[in-house]
Design a protein. Structure first.
Length: 307
């Protein structure tokens, strides 16, 4: 019998399962979707606390996650790299709260510069799954309607993202729709952010072979169809910011629903359930720190409370 069932195989479920496994737990993952079909597989995915409020817990999880990804670049973990970033600042802003996690953060006139982890999620999720299975873990594909359906373990980690709304009745969860376009990389190596561009939010995230262009933050919109007019607008404004994108071949369209939550992520223990959901636009940014927190709750030492 498993010691712990982790419900969910997105970035929060997989990292939690691995963290528990290395601490000696017998872990089974139960998931409705293959890791490659989760919201996590859609993420751009660059370390940055997108659409998440300042909170000491979040800063601690983000700082740990940054450190762990940085270590993984040294170990040459598949899909992980450190990416220089230029972020356009259109109004006078104080040093952001999250800069404490970023060793080389530097404020220049009109721009912030920093280097942050960037992860190609499809190979990275596949790598995490392979590590989990090589460690003796099993992944069971099925959707559950209630926690009582999970009777094979003493403890359950609820890493179901937006799916937690149905399982727990949590009314604070809501989707933030994100659409993005993947184009062939014309030779870009620096990430660019311009959140307050007059035509809409801009992010340009180069990867090994392509570039993710974004994006949208549509609060409360659960629609997963690709909107061609949105894609055209994203290409137009990202090309205005980075003219080398002109004419780049479109390879793919992405859409996903960020699991946002009023009050921030819920990471806390409730009886035999350890909740770990609601990471909004920052699941990759907070994953390893969250996984360590989950492991502390499993070991009975967790201190955090949900917001
Ligand atoms: C366009 C876009 C760009 C993004 N860019 C970034 C970025 O640059 N950096 C960053 O940090 N984050 C980014 N994000 C956010 C990030 O994708 C999410 O925060 C993250 O994926 C949430 O992970 P999760 O594991 O909580 O949820 P998910 O990936 O949604 O996984 C949930 C899991 O739970 C399972 N599940 C749900 N309900 C049930 C059930 N009833 N029974 C069984 N299984 C169930 C699902 O099958 C799935 O396996 C982006 C998101 C989008 C949409």
């Amino acid at each position: 019998m498993a010691d712990v069932i982790v419900l969910g195989a997105g970035i929060i479920g997989l990292t939690s399962a691995l963290e528990l496994q290395v601490r000696g737990a017998e872990v089974t993952i139960v998931t409705a979707d293959d890791p490659a079909d989760t919201v996590s597989a859609v993420a751009a995915a660059v370390w940055y606390p997108t659409r998440i409020d300042a909170d000491p817990r979040v800063l601690a999880w983000g700082t740990r996650t940054f450190e762990i990804f940085k270590g993984q670049t040294i170990d040459r973990t598949p899909g992980v790299t450190m990416r220089p970033t230029r972020m356009k600042i259109r109004h006078d802003e104080d040093t952001p709260w999250w800069a404490a996690a970023v060793p080389d953060f530097a404020a220049h006139p009109g721009e912030w510069h920093f280097t942050a982890p960037a992860v190609e999620m499809v190979p990275y999720l596949a790598h995490l799954r392979a590590r989990f299975e090589a460690g003796g873990g099993t992944l069971d594909r099925r959707r559950v309607a209630r926690f009582d359906d999970l009777d094979g373990a003493a403890l359950v980690v609820n890493a179901t993202g937006l799916g937690a709304a149905r399982l727990t009745g949590d009314q604070r969860l809501y989707p933030i729709r994100g659409q993005a376009v993947v184009v062939a990389n014309p030779g870009l190596t620096t990430s660019i952010r311009d959140e307050h561009h007059p035509l809409g939010p801009v992010y340009i995230h180069p990867r090994s072979r392509d570039v993710v262009l974004g994006g949208t933050f549509e609060v409360g919109d659960p629609d997963l169809t690709i909107r061609p007019e949105t894609a055209r607008a994203i290409i137009e404004r990202t090309t205005e910011v980075e003219p080398r994108l002109a004419g780049a071949r479109v390879e793919k369209h992405l859409v996903g629903l960020r699991p946002a939550r009023h009050g921030g992520p819920r990471v806390e223990r409730e009886g035999r359930i350890i909740h770990a959901y609601g990471h909004s636009g920052a699941g990759m940014t907070l994953c390893w720190g969250t996984a360590e927190e989950v492991a502390r709750f499993v070991e009975g030492q967790g201190l955090s409370r949900s917001g």
